[in-house]
Design a protein around this ligand. Structure first.
Ligand code: FA5
Length: 332
């Protein structure tokens, strides 16, 4: 009995002193395992007399139960401490500022295109697409160019084959429509255009144009000026003024250049946006449209010019460089 008590006392004391759960596991084996000190005492039972056996057997079982309970209690305490330590070492600092996600945004030219579309659709115009890889005949022949016009020169136009080229103007839309549709017509397109040109602050080999036209009975320069005025006010605000000056394009008669001025921009200086005019009667007749009955206007202008003027961008190369420092100034 003394031995049992002694073993139990030393087991309880060792459990109290155990520094961690792995020491506890060793102690469990040492006292309660298959060859543990308390387990081995059971073997001595055989040596005892039949009367003493039950009492000693019970004493061993009781001692074993106490040691087990003590082990469990100590294990619970040590485990809580070890977990707390582990959590502390793996802790995430929730007070650190997060990394803000970068939201994409439409390119400033896409934003401008969107506004142009909304404006013309709002005035009852139909949006149409026209190919960037264009046939010579739509880009030039259909637009009343004389056979020797300098614009057709390879120095100005990117040719892909003798008959295919990268369109140099969105006015090429006209022939596609006139072949298949009859007046009254109110159509527009916005898209990329290409010219074999030296790149500088206001010219690029690749740029964008919006082109629109309207054909109906009694259409005059007044309709043209009214429409371009409404368009300019939608883009630049109510103070904007529109100026027409005579200009020449083979596909209009009379032809004008179209400039705008507003006190907010460039000190009210006139800035040219594009060309316009009444569609040449030769073109109407070539497509079987009676030029005595119908007349129409057309205009085309550079899309880049709009944000350049509206935001004071002095070099259109910024639009193509995809530098986030530039583009993020136009969050849309
Ligand atoms: C034309 O392209 C005619 N198709 C416009 C037109 C349509 C006139 C319908 C009459 C009737 P122009 O070559 O001037 O015209 O170009 C029109 C506008 O496109 C210019 O005013 C300018 O804003 C822009 N543009 C022309 N070339 C470039 C270029 N290389 N880089 C950037 N913008 C350009």
């Amino acid at each position: 009995m003394v031995t049992l008590e002694h073993i139990e006392q030393s087991a309880l004391a060792a459990i109290d002193e155990a520094a961690n759960t792995s020491v506890l596991r060793d102690l469990e084996l040492k006292y309660l395992g298959k060859s543990g000190e308390i387990t081995l005492l059971m073997r001595d039972l055989g040596k005892l007399s039949a009367e003493d056996r039950p009492a000693f057997g019970k004493a061993i079982n009781d001692a074993r139960a106490r040691v087990e309970r003590h082990l469990e209690a100590r294990r619970a305490v040590l485990k809580a401490g070890e977990q707390a330590e582990q959590f502390a070492s793996e802790a995430i600092d929730l007070t650190l500022p997060g990394r803000a996600p970068r939201w994409g945004q439409p390119h400033i030219l896409s934003q401008t295109t969107q506004r142009i579309k909304q404006t013309f659709i709002g005035m009852g115009f139909e949006y149409l697409e026209s190919p960037e890889l264009e046939e010579f005949r739509y880009n030039f022949d259909a637009l009343n160019y004389p056979p020797d016009h300098p614009a057709m020169d390879e120095q100005d136009t990117f040719y892909v084959t003798d008959t295919l080229l990268l369109r140099t103007q969105c006015t090429a839309l006209q022939g596609h429509v006139f072949e298949t549709r009859k007046p009254p017509l109110r159509c527009f397109t916005v898209g990329r255009t290409f010219r074999n040109e030296a790149v500088d602050r206001t010219h690029s080999h690749t740029f964008h144009q919006v082109d629109a036209f309207m054909i109906d009975e009694g259409v005059s320069m007044a309709h043209l000026k009214g429409t371009l005025g409404a368009f300019a006010r939608a883009m630049f605000g109510d103070e904007v003024k529109v100026r027409f000056r005579p200009d020449f394009f083979p596909f209009v008669e009379p032809g004008v250049d179209y400039a705008i001025s507003t006190p907010k921009l460039f000190g009210g200086r006139w800035v040219e946006l594009g060309g316009a005019g009444l569609i040449h009667p030769n073109i109407l007749e070539a497509y079987g449209i009676d030029s005595e009955r119908y007349s129409g206007w057309a205009f085309g202008l550079g899309v880049e010019r709009i944000p350049m003027m509206a935001y004071g961008v002095d070099d259109l190369r910024y639009f193509l460089e995809n530098d986030r420092r530039f583009l993020s100034q136009f969050p849309g």
